[in-house]
Design a protein around this ligand. Structure first.
Ligand SMILES: C[S@@+](CC[C@H](N)C(=O)[O-])C[C@H]1O[C@@H](n2cnc3c(N)ncnc32)[C@H](O)[C@@H]1O
Length: 665
């Protein structure tokens, strides 16, 4: 793709975003970057007084976040990333740094200090390149930069301030506002990169990548194992122009504690005690991580960790003796990751089932025994579960100096795993656990027989007299699953294209109406009919959004048999992949008969790569062997053309679903 030649340089590399911020993730995904999210455990507690200017604090925090993840992953995740991206956004007014408010009063203090004034939003970004070396060490190189955007707030009345604070939006945002949502109403003007205010300066980031990959001989960016030989010490210094835009680059080769950046070394030593700052020997991670004090205070935790890495250490000893080589280590790690994948899923399902993330949201800082009492489970089992969740980045330890491990949610859990979070995946996780998990546990039979194992799972449940769920409960569970997934994806689908010319839409298989509500929000002139099976429509009251009641209506029917409502735009979101070719043609021909020329068809699915080599999410979903199949964008395009719909636009959103807009010829 011509637009993102730099992003495409990262294809095939293990890119890690050391941030749980959904906004950063969305910006990078929309740019087409594929990456894993490993939230940093680095606490944003650097002494602000040490920094001459606010942006220095943001850059240093970004560096520490990225380095913490880069150093942790080879041990905790058993893989070395190629690139780790860290970022920190702060708001500065009158040379004072504002981070995230801790409570409503703090939000009030921040927002009133911004009222009627211009302030600066700084995002510091650090890019850490990791290089596995033959002797089990990892070398790190770092580039860091920042971007400044000026924002002016209107004069805010007390009523406005409190209405905004009571919306709950300020709480997880630097400076106490989110410009991309309600907070946008407070802003008079923005000078500079808008995305920087949202949380990530995409344009500057791409320029820095371009520098690393296309113009610098100082960065070892070739394939692992063929890195340039690297000189010792610093590779460069940061040169800032008076607008705060970093014209040159700051690149540090992190090889020894006497690195040329005294401040960096000082902070690394604050957090990582006595290990060399940027050259980590895998077998010595235990004594070098930031959580060292907690490890030594909690012998159980320590034991658990030792057990887990012992087999790998043995393997490394063999490798160091020269009988194995580096690529095999990587392969082993990849295989371990695949073998252990189900354990991680099941830990997530179980914690979610016990509502651990709701509990720790309401009562942060409980220890394992307290959690066990609340969820009515054994202390030993709960402790294992909580520690596993910490290792997966879902929970964190509240006070590392405390003799007991006190648990609290990470940002990731707060954003996606609480059942009341606006983008909660709780319902979908339960759907995965209760519906999909049993199906996939019969995968062998599914592959042999080539059909879905729904019937087998049902029979088995009946035999075990396990079917305590009524059909109503099952239906509600399914709808909860669809609803929580759709709430996450609907906004990207609804805004992928300009749909303002369509005044009426019909969402076929629209389930709970999650997409319909998002569409009328994004396109105020539009009204939407949700068309779904009677059994689904009769449950709609559980999911109604009363803010848009008059724009969204529900019609019960079977889209393969009944007459379809008339509309300017038809929506098929996650419907076609579940249909046989025969049913798909029946549905498309019914839409074609009802639609007038110029009508639109918005299709949303995972589009497989044209060579069917990915993405894994689509190919793994196909293993449930539903009646339908997963297709590429050009396969869908051809199917639609057969029914007179000409594809106008295709968008690989880089989000969970891709989108295609076609128009009836
Ligand atoms: C995988 S869900 C997708 C739901 C929703 N479009 C979304 O994106 O979240 C498929 C939906 O199609 C509906 N559906 C399946 N067969 C149908 C039919 N013959 N007539 C109407 N709706 C149907 C199901 O009830 C379900 O709500």
């Amino acid at each position: 793709m011509v637009l993102n030649p730099v992003i495409s340089k990262l294809a095939g590399k293990l890119v890690v975003l050391a941030s749980a911020s959904p906004r950063r993730q969305e910006i990078l995904r929309n740019a087409g970057l594929r990456f894993e999210v490993v939230p940093s455990w680095f606490k944003e507690t650097l002494d602000k007084g040490l920094f001459k200017a606010p942006h220095e604090y943001a850059v240093e925090t970004a560096k520490q976040k990225a380095l913490e993840v880069a150093r942790r992953m080879p041990f905790k995740h058993l893989k070395t990333p190629d690139i780790v991206i860290g970022a920190d956004t702060i708001v500065a007014v009158n040379n004072m740094i504002l981070e995230k408010p801790v409570d409503k009063q703090d939000a009030y203090r921040m927002l009133s200090s911004l009222s009627g004034k211009e302030h600066s939003v700084f995002t510091g970004v650090a890019i850490v390149l990791c290089h596995d070396k033959d002797n089990q060490e990892v070398d790190y190189q770092m580039m860091a930069f920042y971007e400044e955007t000026k924002v002016k707030f209107a004069d805010l009345s007390e009523d406005m301030l409190w209405e905004y604070i009571n919306s709950g939006e300020p709480m997880d945002k630097a400076g106490g506002y989110g410009i991309q949502a309600l907070g946008g109403m407070l802003v008079e003007y923005v000078h500079g990169d808008f995305l920087n205010v949202v949380g990530f300066p995409l344009n500057h980031f791409c320029k820095q990548l371009d520098f690393i990959y296309n113009h610098s001989s100082s960065f070892a960016v070739e394939k692992k194992g063929s890195a340039h030989p690297l000189p010792n010490g610093s590779l460069g210094t940061s040169i800032l122009d008076q607008h705060g835009l970093q014209k040159s680059y700051e690149a540090e080769k992190h090889r020894s504690p006497d690195s040329s950046s005294p401040k960096l070394t000082q902070h690394i030593q604050n957090t990582s005690t006595n290990s060399p700052a940027h050259k980590v020997k895998r077998t010595s991670y235990e004594s070098g991580v930031g959580s060292r004090s907690r490890v030594s205070n909690s012998s159980k935790h320590n034991d658990g960790e030792s057990c887990r890495i012992t087999p790998l250490n043995r393997r490394q000893e063999t490798e160091q003796s020269g009988t194995e080589n580096q690529p095999q280590t990587q392969d082993l790690k990849r295989i371990c990751e695949l073998m252990d994948g189900f354990k991680a899923s099941k830990a997530l399902f179980t914690a979610s089932r016990f509502c651990v993330f709701d509990l720790l949201h309401n009562k942060p800082g409980l220890d394992a025994a307290q959690v066990a009492e609340e969820i009515k489970a054994s202390v030993k089992g709960t402790e294992c579960l909580l520690e596993a969740c910490v290792s997966l980045g879902l929970l964190k330890i509240k006070d590392k100096a405390h003799p007991k491990s006190l648990f609290e949610n990470t940002e990731l859990a707060t954003s996606f795993l609480r059942s009341e979070a606006p983008f909660s995946l709780h319902g979908y996780i339960q759907h995965c656990s209760e519906t999909l998990w049993p199906l996939y546990s019969h995968l062998e039979s599914a592959v042999k027989e080539g059909v879905s194992q729904h019937q087998r799972v049902k029979r088995q449940k009946e035999l075990c007299q396990d079917s305590v769920c009524s059909s109503q409960e099952l239906k509600l569970r399914f709808m909860n699953g669809m609803h929580s997934f759709a709430k996450i994806t609907a906004s990207a689908v609804a805004t992928a294209f300009d749909l303002s010319r369509f005044k009426t839409a019909c969402d076929l298989g629209g389930c709970t109406g999650a997409m319909a509500y998002e569409l009328v929000k994004a396109h105020p002139g539009m009204s939407v009919t949700v068309f779904d099976l009677p059994a689904v429509v009769e449950m709609r009251e559980h999911f109604l959004d009363h803010n848009a009641d008059n724009k969204v209506s529900f019609v019960a029917g079977d889209f393969l048999e009944d007459e379809l409502p008339k509309a300017d735009l038809y929506i098929l979101a996650r419907v076609l992949h579940d249909l046989t070719d025969e049913k798909l043609h029946i549905l498309l021909s019914k839409i074609a008969q009802t639609a007038s020329p110029g009508c639109g068809l918005l299709l949303s699915e995972i589009f497989l790569d044209e060579d069917r080599g990915g993405p894994s999410r689509g190919l793994l979903q196909a293993l449930s062997l539903s009646e339908g199949k997963q297709r590429s964008a050009s396969e869908y395009k051809l199917l639609l053309e057969r029914h007179g719909f000409i594809t106008a636009h295709i968008r690989h959103t880089g989000h969970l679903l891709d989108v295609m807009l076609s128009v009836k010829a």
